[in-house]
Ligand binder design. Sequence first.
Ligand code: HSE
Length: 441
Amino acid sequence: MEPIKVGLLGFGTVGSGTFTVLRRNQEEIKRRAGRGIEITRIAVRNPAKALAALGEAASTVQLGSDFNAVIDDPAIDIVAEMIGGTGIARELVLRAISKGKHVVTANKALLAVHGTEIFAAARTQGVMVAFEAAVAGGIPIIKALREGLTANRIQSIAGIINGTTNYILSEMRERGLDFATALAGAQALGYAEADPTFDIEGVDAAHKLTIMSAIAFGIPMQFDRAYVEGISKLAAIDIKYAEDLGYRIKLLGITRRTERGIELRVHPTLISAKRLLASVEGAMNAVEVHGDAVGTTLYYGKGAGAEPTASAVVADLVDVTRLHTADPGHRVPHLAFQPQSLADTPVLPIDDVTSGYYLRLRVADVTGVLADITRILADAGISIDALLQKEAEQVADNGETDVVIITHDTLEKNVNAAIARIEALSTVVSNVTKLRIEAHG
Ligand code: HSE
């Protein structure tokens, strides 16, 4: 049988990695897919650069700068969108779908923001849109959620799904680096997005979490409802105090089914140092999924980089190759659930989320200050799990001291109300730093 023909849009890290892996493992891949898979056309903004990167393989492909020409080529069966972003990538993906082409993409932003539109268009045309590479790079988490765990009522997902921030947090904790130095290291290693704001402010993780949440709970993509808080304001002292208390701080993406709705949130989070997720260091990713039948499962691997991400892209190319002749009704639905069965369960605002909390504040070391603070917490129905009084490190001999309070699970709005009252005390000389604790799982 003739090989299936792929048109590649973009030839950056992921595009070139996909080309390399597909060529290197073509025999194995053909044995699995039942027919060869060949990238026959590549469109890229700067063909000269791509030509140099292709080397001797350049003779096997038609290289140009016209994206539409690749999409419109009747010989192309699958369009692999490796450009990224929500601008031109959206137009090209929709155009490919309208031409009846199957699409493989690594573009988490595009799907998290425009997924509903893209999947609807794909359904109308009876084509597949495959996106394993969009979440956690080489970890087959989409396959696991959508197919492997399909028997389960999924209860929660907690993931380290941004390698850049995990690398930064590891470097800050292990080597005592400041945030900017650790970020520069992550950029030099090629982990960060072109605009690192998406990494450090939690946006990249929220894109990935939005996709996983939709698949896990059978709800539409709702990136605009996600609560997103990054690590750029995280103080080194909190990493240290957390460690003293037996916790590590990770940028976690958490999505959970509750009686009142779905939690969908990304923020720096304390987790017990004993938990497997806590030992995920450097740029590695890990996703913990809790299902009612299977219990807790954990998926670990490289979440970025040319070949780990290509591993996921090629897996999608194989899936499309195997299934493109199948009746669309017999394929796995894009979001795991049949589109007419998606639920309208609300995504909870952050005020209505339940979590444990780490509160740090600086107080004048005078009689009664702790009693005042604990009374405010008790009035708000907030139960204290641990309370530590630390010697304030940056203030010499002025009698001030840092207090760290760990609370049991409570409603965020109750904590916020208590914080406002605590900050109004004359003996409290700083704002309260609030971090969430993930005690489930
Ligand atoms: N910038 C991302 C990360 C790359 O650091 O994980 C993969 O999405």
